[in-house]
Design a protein around this ligand. Structure first.
Ligand code: NAD
Length: 470
């Protein structure tokens, strides 16, 4: 397929102005937001199979079922949640003023900001574009989206979907790579939501700084699974396997490495092998359900990690099949106890390689995680309440699923976001709606108020000042 032409950089600012002028002229009310979200939902739902085919063509191959779950269900689920709560979230909240300010009254209104920019990555190219977009629409904003250049057919699909759903002065889309991304993130948005790598996140925040554009940064990092001594190894293996090999590990919250008691390391390896055989076949013949690495660059990056591990004589366990660089197939592969300075323990893996590290004590495992950047996700496996509480108290991560992986992302009542190097701010749930709104405080003064007397000469108001200053 021909490359899709990039949006000329000099058209970005005029597009933003068009969106802002239209927003200022007619700010979306409840009815419009509800209609917009309903239309978006219906149009996406109608085109789910086409979407799965298009994403698969960008990947070379991607399991259509994984696409329907991860790009379809997640976006529909979030839109349903927004539709359900929109009216109550928009309602002004009356708040008390305290007796000193009686008989005035006060309320907090949640009002739209203006135009929200959204920059999305390639790994869940529809979900990670449409959830921030739908949240911004729910909050009454207009939206300018820039999807990833690495999924060009999906970006063209998104353009078509959005153009058929929204007028062009309400939602616009810019296509292109880093050059367009850099110019896009320097636009004076009212808020910018970026999902992508920590390295590019730093650039986005720097580009937004001169405009004082507030940013939500949804970044990456190394998310550990911490298997505790009491937890059944087979169950942990099954759930870690789902989190790791869904989308071939190309998931921001995939378990990046596993910490397991030393005595159970080999049992975990055996259980993971069994899981992989059950899912993809002993000869790795069920490749329909196994996703390819997105492009040659990412494949080479992952090969580099394996080469580095080989040089360091790290024990490597290929759980099934073998690599096929032409098809960009990389099989589920374990790396046992790699040293901390090896590339797989330094970089976010974002692929099907899984380091397994044995630990002696839980203290040691917790200290290991805490000696590194704050992870985007944390997966403790334990049925012991006190142990789980201890882990939750001792480790700060962006989000947690206890005794499973990935699920906290999909729960619409939970805010989603990183902390430290894994990101700032959150979306999903009410948190996303609030982040893309202004909480407008409104104080309404009464006709008669003691406040009128608080003026010089203060000698005349001493009784009142004595009353309130106590
Ligand atoms: P990336 O950072 O390379 O690209 C993300 C987006 O930024 C793309 O649209 C890209 O065109 C754009 N971009 C590139 N250079 C830019 C620049 N200088 N200024 C502005 N924009 C620029 O990330 P990726 O490879 O597409 O995605 C993988 C990364 O994203 C991983 O680190 C992963 O963990 C992270 N991620 C995070 C989440 C999350 O929710 N926290 C979700 C998915 C992926």
């Amino acid at each position: 397929m021909d490359p899709i032409p990039s949006t000329p950089v000099n058209t970005l600012q005029p597009t933003l102005e068009r969106l802002r002028t239209a927003w200022q002229a007619r700010k979306p009310d409840y009815r419009q937001r509800h209609d917009d979200l309903s239309r978006l939902r219906a149009n996406l739902k109608r085109r789910l199979d086409e979407m799965a085919r298009i994403i698969a063509s960008d990947y070379g191959h991607r399991s259509p079922d994984e696409t329907r779950i991860a790009d379809g269900m997640t976006a529909l689920n979030e839109i349903d949640h927004l539709l359900k709560h929109l009216r109550s979230w928009m309602r002004p909240q009356r708040v008390g003023v305290g007796w000193r300010f009686w008989p005035g009254s006060a309320q907090v209104r949640t009002v739209p900001l203006g135009v929200v920019g959204v920059i999305a990555p390639w790994n869940y190219p529809v979900n990670l574009a449409l959830i921030p977009l739908a949240t911004a629409i729910a909050a009454g904003n207009h939206v300018f989206l820039k999807p990833s250049e690495h999924t060009p057919r999906t970006s063209a699909f998104l353009r078509d979907l959005l153009n058929s759903t929204f007028p062009e002065d309400r939602v616009a889309i810019a296509l292109g790579g880093p050059e367009v991304g850099a110019a896009f993130s320097a636009l004076p948005f009212d808020h910018l939501v970026f999902t992508g790598s920590t390295a590019v996140g730093r650039k986005v925040m720097a580009a937004a700084a001169p405009n004082l554009t507030p940013v939500t940064l949804e970044l990456g990092g190394k998310s550990p699974a911490l298997v505790c001594d009491d937890y059944p190894i087979e169950k942990a293996a099954a759930r870690i396997a789902t989190g790791k090999w869904f989308n071939c590990g190309q998931t921001c919250i995939a378990p990046d490495y596993v910490l397991v008691p030393k005595s159970k390391r080999d049992a975990l390896v055996a259980a993971l092998r069994k899981e992989v055989h059950q899912r993809y076949g002993e000869k790795f013949e069920n490749l329909d359900d196994y996703t390819r690495i997105i492009n040659a660059g990412q494949y080479a990056r992952l090969r580099g990690y394996l080469d580095d591990a080989r040089v360091r004589k790290v024990e490597r366990v290929t759980l099934a099949g073998h690599s096929d660089p032409d098809q960009r197939v990389m099989p589920p592969t374990l790396l046992l106890d790699p040293p901390d300075d090896s590339l797989v323990m330094q970089d976010e893996i974002f692929g099907p390689l899984l380091p397994i590290k044995g630990y002696r004590t839980l203290d040691e495992a917790i200290a290991y995680i805490n000696a590194r950047e704050r992870p985007l996700a944390l997966y403790p496996f334990s049925n012991d309440r006190a142990t789980v509480e201890r882990i939750l108290k001792d480790i700060l991560a962006g989000g947690v699923s206890v005794n499973d992986t990935l699920f906290h992302f999909a729960i619409t009542t939970l805010p989603f976001g990183g902390v430290g190097a894994s990101g700032m701010g959150a979306y999903h749930a009410r948190a996303g709606f609030d982040a893309l709104s202004k909480q407008l405080p409104v104080f309404r003064q009464a006709g008669f108020t003691g406040g009128d007397r608080l003026k010089p000469p203060y000698a005349k108001a001493q009784w009142l000042i004595d009353l309130i200053v106590r």
